[in-house]
Design a protein around this ligand. Sequence first.
Ligand SMILES: *Cc1c(COP(=O)(O)O)cnc(C)c1O
Length: 372
Amino acid sequence: MTGIDDLPIRDELRGKTPYGAPQLQVPVRLNTNENPYPLPEPLVARIAERVAEAARHLNRYPDRDAVELRTALAGYLTRTAGHPVGLANVWAANGSNEVLQQLLQAFGGPGRTAIGFEPSYSMHALIARGTGTGWLSGPRREDFTIDVAAAVAAIAEHRPDVVFVCSPNNPTGTAVDAATVLALYDAAQAARADDHGALVVVDEAYGEFSHGPSLLPLIEGRPRLVVSRTMSKAFGAAGLRLGYLAAHAAVVDAVQLVRLPYHLSAVTQATALAALEYTDTLLGYVEQLKAERDRLVTELRAIGCEVTASDANFVQFGRFDDARTAWRRLLDRGVLVRDNGVPGWLRVTAGTPAENDAFLDAVRELMKEQSA
Ligand SMILES: *Cc1c(COP(=O)(O)O)cnc(C)c1O
């Protein structure tokens, strides 16, 4: 039978497996950092209204520059992220994964490299691979914070074209402070001072869940710093596929060189605009999830787990002699969490209070079993 390897596929894709968390039908699914709350009914009705209006014009291509949506996103960031941005600073695409892909298409590519500090979001490396960008795995400390001196040394040594900083970091939940980002930014520019500098991408997919402020204000006066965001988590709209970035206007000009024409459908733009009308309601759910996240941290510690401090809508917990077996045991009890391949650790998404209770009960039983 013909398989992938019989095809003239690119050498670097040979023998690889696609990204994919198991999509299993179990009672409690806490493995992909989704928001557990469905969109409120009035918003669902508003989406239907706006999509119906868009449908009247589906014979035409959508607004290629998504001006209304980008303006609304800029307004949202200006209001919530501590720094004024405008249309020219904001770009949107089908999920922040597409935003990151466009950034690597424009700033990475063959002969270039990107660095991330691992464990971190595995898609950074996969998107690098997909765009032919070399991947460098930078270090993290035992406690999953970024060791600034070691990171700066790695940047000086490898002179990457793109630096990824995930804050709050997936899968560990660890926030990165502004001083660290600035140190990495300066190191990245210094390492490529003979060229045009390096792009630093701060992935703030979980920014709204953080105890601290957004890193967005750091883009001021730093044209090579990009902050990426998504509506998949805080806005409870993973199915929508809408991500965006904020940066100097020149970065927005650059990604337009590689984006597909009309990449953002009129239906997507209409839906995202409707969701943004309900920002305050949706951010109310975020507050509930933050409280549940903090409860998970407290209760997991009370049960006797180690927990990594979290600024996201998930919690990394352990430590297990064999995380894979622990993952299985929880699944046997109807609770699906994530094994990100970090030795000894698992990750659980903050769900509804009932889901979190079910998860905590399952962990309690697991810990009893392990100490028996
Ligand atoms: C979930 C996640 C994303 C979001 O991806 P979308 O394509 O916007 O759904 C981006 N970065 C990180 C770190 C994530 O965990």
